[in-house]
Design a protein around this ligand. Sequence first.
Ligand SMILES: Nc1nc2c(ncn2[C@@H]2O[C@H](COP(=O)(O)OP(=O)(O)OP(=O)(O)O)[C@@H](O)[C@H]2O)c(=O)[nH]1
Ligand SMILES: [Mg+2]
Length: 445
Amino acid sequence: MASETDTIYALATPPGKSAIAVIRISGDRAANVPGAFDAKCPEPGRFSLQTLVDGTGAVIDQALLLFMAAPHSSTGEDVVEIHCHGGVAVTQTLLGSLSGLAGLRLAVAGEFTHRMFHNGKTDLLGVEGLADIIEADTGRQLEQAWSQMRGALRDPVTRWRQATIKIAAELEAIIDFPDEEIPASVVASIDEGVDALIAEISDCLDDNRVGERVRDGVQVTILGPVNAGKSTLLNRIANRPAAIVSGEAGTTRDLVSVSLDVGGVPVTLIDTAGIRQNVGAVETEGISRALAAAGEADHTIIVVDGSRDDWQQDYAALTGSAGGEHFLVVNKTDRGITGTPPDNALLMSLADDRGFDGFLDQLSTRIMQVNSAQNSAIITRARHRQALEATLHGLEAGLRGNLKQAPELVAEEFRSAAAALGRITGEIDTEDLLDVIFSSFCIGK
Ligand SMILES: Nc1nc2c(ncn2[C@@H]2O[C@H](COP(=O)(O)OP(=O)(O)OP(=O)(O)O)[C@@H](O)[C@H]2O)c(=O)[nH]1
Ligand SMILES: [Mg+2]
């Protein structure tokens, strides 16, 4: 990232035409910016309507200016906001003029939030929560992002970290007196404390990845032999003709995906090429994409044509490729069913809509399971999970260690557990993490 002492600016609203656009300026020179347009910098915390003019005295715009003096701003620095009219010429002229001012430069992606973090305005969980608020497409995602901002993970992590540090410190105090035997009561109390921490953290990890799924969405893949009615099912669920349906086997080649909102959980539903042997290069590629999409899925819907003699073999052959939980849809029951379907089969006829409502209920219930387990929805990213797993690893290793013979090794395990917890909130070695996190931000954030 370029120099952290530069004053930075960026359009905070999307480019294009709008009623109002906001340009944000942060840094030591922010308060001088209004003067460059022959306007006055308002009092801190006050809006003021000002006419902004260019070097020749021509009016660029009449805009509301807001000044927030350091440290009472989102970045912790002096911040000026220009709420101007959202025309292309207005914003481009203002941004062009800003680029010509000494000591000012365009912010890089995520730089405002980066300064917010560096100036102690928020921790890493706050930064991630902010990104999630902006990215939220469904109400459930927004609710989760706010609960994250408010400490759903920060609070327990802080508590666990303090408890772990306390245990390590107790041990180190004992190590300072090597000649004395560690009292049994101390050993018991350390073991008890660590056991309790392990139980709580394991419980938190055992959440069926609810938070990550709400944030990232759930992938549902439709898999099956050619002509079984997969594309018909996708269109029925999406309520529009998203995929081509025809009686010709091998109609679908590429993946066709539609986005759905199932009770606030974003769902990507993917239709795939029918699976069959001995086909041309294009269809073979389609089939390998189908199998890859099924492998990655959280839920796979296997659709077979129940009127065909070999549908049970088709089903058996596909279960191994179905990622996540799978369910079986035996379609075309209007033509009769060959053999006895297994108990888990959902009998359906998309020709006359029979069985569709029951199927949809089942699909929603499975996806909503994710939605209803709200209490445990506090891990929203893989990095949280990895850090908690590392914590657990350290605590368990500490517990297994020999407290009497090698207390310093045990203390070291507890220290590493505490460090893993510190990485979640950003108290411990964050530089490498920051680059990963801020790379997902856009300019102006
Ligand atoms: N009789 C009957 N026909 C159906 C039913 N569902 C779909 N079809 C028909 O079966 C044919 C194949 O349907 P598709 O949805 O294209 O099948 P697909 O599984 O996507 O096929 P591929 O893309 O070739 O793998 C079409 O003519 C559909 O109208 C059903 O329940 N009963
Ligand atoms: Mg198809």
